[in-house]
Design a binder for this molecule. Structure first.
Ligand code: PGA
Length: 256
């Protein structure tokens, strides 16, 4: 089963206008000599304030796609501080990250709200990158797989098989995010295999064979090759190492 790998950079709350331009220019330069046919699908997720500029800089570059870091599922209205899917579509945003543990933990986002976002994103023809992951405590208690099953089952409620097949999941153990301590590649592979089994139970083998499941959590150029060699891991969702053009380009090369 050939699933096209993904390398996605989640900038989080980083990069002002000048920094965003420098980073994108550096990435464009770094990938200019790479063979598009062999490249993973490359995604960058800037902040909302950098989206316009990012769109403008990459609009003629088919090697990079844009993602948003969040969205509000409502079409418009009195939601101070929020951004709608219509607004993202203006900038040809193709993906939206949802369910990131930082949004769950710091901003109180529930499985139900994440499901509403997933449905709205797919309805609009965009693709959700649905994050899931366990805390260190859950891992130590041996409830990782059960926890992920719940998160995935709730996130996919009401989503059709054809929409599920297009969606992307990112398995991000919370204890590995931003800590420099990546999950052991074989264990990440096992866990992602368990997530794929849940998808198969919810839908069928065609969906579970096609859906792309990424690993996230302290992915670095020094870890990516081993991670990509795992049969269940279809790419990376990368925070820290996506903020420097050199390391992001090395991650792209590591996935080729
Ligand atoms: P990290 O972040 O690569 O800095 O660990 C990953 C993420 O939170 O998506």
């Amino acid at each position: 089963m050939a699933r096209r790998p993904i390398i996605a950079g989640n900038w989080k709350m980083n990069n002002n206008k000048i920094e965003a331009k420098e980073l994108i220019d550096g990435i464009l330069y770094g990938i200019s000599s790479l063979d598009a046919e062999k490249m993973p699908e490359v995604i960058i997720a800037p902040t909302y304030t950098a989206l316009w500029q990012a769109y403008d800089l990459i609009k003629n570059e088919p090697k990079i796609a844009l993602s948003a870091q969040n969205v509000n599922p409502n079409p418009s209205g009195a939601y101070t501080g929020e951004v709608s899917l219509d607004m993202l579509a203006d900038f040809k945003v193709k993906f939206v990250i949802i369910g990131h543990s930082e949004r769950r933990q710091m901003f109180g986002e529930t499985d139900e709200f994440i499901n509403q976002k997933a449905l709205a994103i797919l309805n609009k023809g965009l693709i959700p990158i649905i994050c899931c992951g366990e805390t260190l405590e859950q891992r130590e208690q041996g409830v990782t797989d059960a926890h992920l099953r719940t998160q995935i089952t709730k996130a996919f409620e009401g989503i059709s098989a054809s929409d599920a097949k297009k969606s992307v999941i990112a398995y991000e153990p919370i204890w590995a995010i931003g800590t420099g301590k990546s999950c052991d590649a074989a264990e990440a592979n096992r866990t992602i295999g368990e997530i794929r089994k849940v998808i198969k139970e919810l839908y069928n083998e065609e969906v579970s064979d096609n859906i792309r499941i990424l690993y996230g959590g302290s992915v670095k150029p020094s870890t990516i090759v081993e991670q990509m060699a795992q049969p269940e891991i279809d790419g990376g969702l990368i925070g820290g190492a996506s903020l420097k053009a050199d390391s992001f380009v090395d991650l792209i090369k590591g996935a080729m």
